[in-house]
Every structure is written in C-alpha cells, then in structure tokens.
Write a protein that binds this ligand. Sequence first.
Ligand code: MG
Length: 340
Amino acid sequence: MSESKELYEKMNDEIRAKKPKMAICYDFDKTLSPDDMQTFTLIPSFGIDKSEFWQSSNKLAKDNLMDTNLAWMHELIRYSEFKRKSLKREYFRETGADVKLYKGVKTWFKRMNEYAEKKGIELEHYIISSGLKEIIEGSEIAQYFKRIYASTYLYSADGVAKWPAQAINYTNKTQFIFRIAKGFLEEYDERVNDSMPDEMLRIPYENIVYIGDSATDIPCMRLVKSKGGYSIGVFDPQKDNRGKVYQLFSDGRINFYAPADYSANSEISKFMKQIINEISAKESIKTERKILKQPAEAFKMKKSIEDIARAYPGKMSAKEKREFEQMTSTLESIIPGNID
Ligand SMILES: [Mg+2]
C-alpha cells in the first residue's frame, strides 16, 4: 500500500472508530416514579398529610407571587423548624431509598445501554427534575445517571438545609438540554450560552430524547423535538389517564406517547429501540459523509494554494517554495485517485 493510501485509510478508521453519543433525559416525578418524590417519606415524616402540604405550599406561592418550587423548598424548611427536625442532606438521601419507581425502571438503563452498545451508540442518561436532587441521589437508580439536574439546597457547615441553591422549574429546565448538547455540564458554567456549530456539539440535538409527563415538561419537549430530537409523553399505566398525552401529541409537542411501563416488552421500550435504530442509521450515514468530505476538502484547499502560488510566482522565496511544496504534498497524501 502506498504511503498516501495508508494515511487516508488510517484517517477513515479513526472517523469510523469514533462512537456517536446519545442522551436520554428524564423528568422524575410521575415519569419514572408514580408520585412526587417528597410524598413517599419526607412529608409524612413531619406528620402532615401530603395534600395539606402541597395546598399550603401552593398558597404561599400564589399569595407572594413566588416560584412554586421555591415555595415548597421554603415550606420544607419551615415545617422542619416547627417540628424541630433538622433537614439534613443525609436524611433526604435516606428518604430516596423509599421512592417508588414504575415497573421496569430498575432494569431499563442496563437494557437500553446494552441495546445502544450493540448499535454502536454510547448512551448517557440524565435527570432534569423540579424535585430534590438529594432524594434522587438516594434512590436505587442514581448510579445510572451521568448528571442529576434538580432543585437542591445550600447546606450549613453541619449539613442542614438553609437556602435554595437551585430551583428548577419548567422553563429553566431547558438550559440543561443545551448543557448536555454542548458538553458544559456544570450548573455554573456560563459558556452554555456560547454559540456552537452543530458539528462541534458533544451530543447533537437530534440524538437527544426527552421523557416527561406533564405541562412542566412542555418547554423541554418542544425544544428537543424542534431541534430534531425525540420527545415522549408518559402516563400512569394504572390510572390510564391519557388526556394530557393526547393533547401534547396533537399540539405537536411529542413524537411518541406510552404508558410509564419500562419493562422489557413495553411500548416505550419498543419506541426507544426504534429511536436508537434511527440514530444509529443516521450516524453511520454521517460517518460515511465525513469520510467523503476529507479528500474533497483537501482537493479544494490544494487548488486554492496552487491559485495563490500561481498569482505570485516570482515573489516566493526558497523557504516559501519549500513550505508550499510540503503543504501540497501533505494534501495530496489524503486525496486518493487521479485528480489531474
Ligand atoms: Mg413530572
């Protein structure tokens, strides 16, 4: 094999070896779990009824024009002081162990990772939730997420919740889609607003899936779908209330809807495999086009360099001439075939 052909083949192998990435982003409450995460253990541990808690927290928000998430975060602290029970990070994590999950959720991540792997795709999972980060961190599926984006507290030196550090609501949920695509994953990284050409994205938008259940997920569903990704609306399989997903589907917010049953032969498993298949097929086309692009670009560059050299024939020094020849021969080495 000639040296140039060898270099060309090596470059192509490198392009083919690069595994494309894909991300599934999940809302948590009523998407992976049948109820709000605070209602399983945390709220009952204060001796309050869950509906009473949400009523007082929503009233606080309404009366004071507050964000509803900041309102429940405030109410948790208020109740804890009133009940003389300090809200520690560890306690939140402990309550996470009691959070119930929909059928099949525990095995879903491993199954989907394996399927994606078979299709040559590296799959990552992210939570984007208005609930409490520490509770999700204590749940048995926490290990599967690359990042858990959720509301969280600022803690005192002795680990007691003092002030909201992050309050995630429907519209600011969308910033995390941009973070995931651009690869600026830290919550404080302001480069998330920098413009980035599509080919530089860590995960292209069309390789992102968003799964949610309600109106608070609409901005994320819309964003992902409008950028060529996939949005899925889920509903409780037992209650079978489909009004919301029908509405979301006919309003063009979601690509699919399914019961929140994540077990092996469920509808959502089937849809996710179809999505992975499509992403895998699109990615292999992208790879082949990238391979075709290399010599075509090198050819274009060689032509421009030759044009410049032709325009200034007498003015080139010996050094410049050497550099010109070196550049041309490097370019020629990645252009297979006859180009005379
Ligand atoms: Mg939800």
